[in-house]
Design a protein around this ligand. Structure first.
Ligand code: HEC
Ligand code: HEC
Length: 390
C-alpha cells in the first residue's frame, strides 16, 4: 500500500467510525431479526415438510449400509483413500490440520486489499478446497452402491428366497422335501432318525409363529441348531420369515401359492435331444440337493458345489469325481447309490445324498450332463445337442 492509498483508507475508516454503528443495540438487533426469521423457517419446515425417516432400525439386519447426510459425503468419500489401519489419520489428523490451516490463513495471507482480483492466494486456496469438496461429493454419489432394497415385498421373491435358504441350511438334516429319515453324512447326528416336518400333522399343528421360533432358537436339546442371528445363527428376521412362508406354501395343502411363484426354482424337464447345462439344470439340482453339505466348513471331503468351477475342480478326489463322457465318474456312481471303496476295500465315499437318493429323472440329468462333457452355459449345451442331431 502506498502513502496515498493508506491516507484514503484511514480517512474512510474515520468517517465510518464517526457515523458509528453500535454493536449493541444495532448489530444485535439485526442479528436477532435474522435469527428469528430462520427460526420461523425451521419450524415451518419441521411442521409441514418433516424429515424423511428410513425404516426402523433392525439390529439383526447386517446388510444395512449407513450413509452420512449429503453435506458430509466428501469426508465419507475422503476416508476411502485412507487405509483402515490408519483411519485416525483421515478422521482426525487431516481434518484438524485443515482447520488449523484456516486459522493460520489470515496470518499467511496479510494482503489488506479486498477485491477478489487482488487476493489470488486466498481465492486459490479456497477454490482448491471447494473444488475438492464438490469433486469428492460427486464421486461419492457416483461410486457408492445403493442400499439394498430393505424389504423384499412380493410373495414370489419371498418364496424363492425361502426356498434357497431352506436348501442351504435345512436340507442336510431334513432332506429336500422335509421328509426326514435316518440322518447320514452329518457330523454328530449320524444315524439319528428325524420325523417328517412336511407332513400334514406337522403343518396343521404348527403355526407360522411356532415354525419361526423353531428356526430362530432351534431345538438344541434334540440336535437342531439355532438359526436366528440373536442366538448365534446366520439368518436375519426377514430371511426366517421368508423361510416360514416357503415351508407353509410348499407343504401345507391348505395354502395355495400364486401360480407364478410355484415355478420359481423348479428344475426344468429335459426336452428330447436337449443337453442339460450347469446354468439351467445342474446348478439348481446342486442347490436343492447338495449345497447344504457341500459348502465351506461342512464335512464333505472338501468338495464344494457353489459354482461351476468348484463342482469341477474341488474335492479330495477331484480328478475322479467328474470325467467327461465317463459314467464311471465317482459322482455318477454315488448318486446312483453306489459307494466308492479304496484299495483295501474300505468305503471312502458313501451314496449321495447320503440319506435318500434323488429322483430317477434328476440322476438322469447328471448322467446326460457328464456324457456330454459337463457344459456350463445353455449356449454350450445347445451347440452340443445340434452336434448330436447331425
Ligand atoms: C443339524 C441338523 C439340522 C438342521 C441343519 C436343521 N434341523 Fe430342524 N431339526 C433337527 C432335529 C434333530 C430336530 C428334532 C428332531 C425331531 O423332532 O424329529 C429338528 C426339528 C425341527 C422342527 C420341529 C419338528 C417338530 O415337530 O418338533 C422343525 C419345524 C425344523 N426342525 C425345521 C428346520 C428348518 C426350517 C431348518 C433350516 C433352517 C432346520 N430345521 C435345520 C435337526 C436339524
Ligand atoms: C447330508 C450331507 C450331504 C449331502 C446332502 C450331499 N453330500 Fe456329498 N458328501 C457328504 C460327505 C459327508 C462327504 C464325504 C464322504 C463321505 O462321508 O461319504 C461327501 C462327499 C461327496 C463326494 C466326494 C468328494 C471327494 O472329492 O471325495 C461327491 C462327489 C459328492 N459328495 C457329491 C454329492 C452330490 C452330487 C450331492 C447332491 C446330489 C451331495 N453330495 C449331497 C455329505 C453330503
Amino acid at each position: 500500500m502506498n502513502e496515498e492509498q493508506k491516507k484514503a483508507y484511514h480517512h474512510k475508516y474515520d468517517q465510518a467510525k464517526q457515523k458509528g454503528v453500535k454493536f449493541w443495540p444495532d448489530i444485535i438487533y439485526k442479528d436477532l431479526l435474522v435469527s428469528f426469521a430462520l427460526f420461523i423457517l425451521l419450524i415451518g419446515l419441521a411442521t409441514f415438510v418433516g424429515v424423511a425417516f428410513e425404516p426402523k432400525a433392525d439390529p439383526s439386519d447386517s446388510t444395512y449400509v449407513p450413509r452420512p447426510e449429503w453435506y458430509f459425503l466428501f469426508l465419507f468419500e475422503f476416508l476411502k483413500f485412507v487405509p483402515g489401519k490408519i483411519e485416525w489419520v483421515g478422521t482426525f489428523v487431516i481434518p484438524v490440520l485443515g482447520i488449523l490451516a484456516l486459522f493460520a490463513l489470515p496470518f499467511i495471507d496479510r494482503n489488506p486489499l479486498r477485491h477478489w482480483k487482488n487476493r489470488l492466494t486466498g481465492i486459490s486456496i479456497m477454490g482448491v478446497i471447494v473444488l475438492g469438496m464438490v469433486g469428492l461429493t460427486i464421486r461419492s454419489i457416483l461410486t457408492t452402491p445403493k442400499t439394498e432394497e430393505a424389504t423384499i415385498s412380493t410373495i414370489q421373491d419371498k418364496y424363492a428366497l425361502g426356498g434357497d435358504l431352506y436348501s442351504l441350511h435345512c436340507v442336510e438334516c431334513h432332506g429336500p422335501d422335509g421328509e426326514g429319515g435316518i440322518i447320514a453324512g452329518v457330523e454328530g447326528l449320524e444315524g439319528v432318525e428325524l420325523k417328517s416336518i412336511s407332513s400334514r400333522d406337522e403343518m396343521y399343528t404348527r403355526s407360522d409363529e411356532t415354525l419361526y421360533s423353531i428356526v430362530d432358537y432351534g431345538q438344541q436339546d434334540l440336535g437342531m441348531p439355532p438359526f436366528g442371528l440373536a442366538y448365534g445363527g446366520e439368518l436375519k428376521k426377514s430371511e426366517m420369515e421368508a423361510m416360514v412362508l416357503y415351508l407353509r406354501y410348499t407343504w401345507d395343502d391348505r395354502a395355495e401359492l400364486p401360480a407364478d411363484a410355484a415355478s420359481a426354482g423348479a428344475i426344468p424337464a429335459l426336452g428330447a435331444d436337449e443337453v442339460p447345462s450347469y446354468e439351467v439344470h445342474i446348478s439348481r439340482l446342486a442347490k436343492r440337493y447338495c449345497i447344504s453339505c457341500h459348502r465351506p466348513d461342512k464335512e464333505n471331503n472338501n468338495y464344494l458345489m457353489g459354482s461351476y468351477q468348484e463342482i469341477l475342480t474341488t474335492g479330495d478326489n477331484a480328478e475322479s469325481n467328474l470325467i467327461a463322457g465317463d459314467l464311471g465318474s465317482y459322482l455318477i456312481q454315488i448318486i446312483n447309490g453306489g459307494s466308492i471303496l479304496d484299495e483295501n476295500g474300505e468305503e471312502i465315499i458313501q451314496q449321495m445324498p447320503p440319506t435318500k437318493l434323488m429322483k430317477e429323472e434328476y440322476i438322469h440329468l447328471f448322467e446326460v450332463w457328464v456324457l456330454n462333457g459337463m457344459p456350463e452355459t445353455v449356449a454350450e449345451a445347445e451347440a452340443l445337442s445340434t452336434e448330436v442331431q447331425e
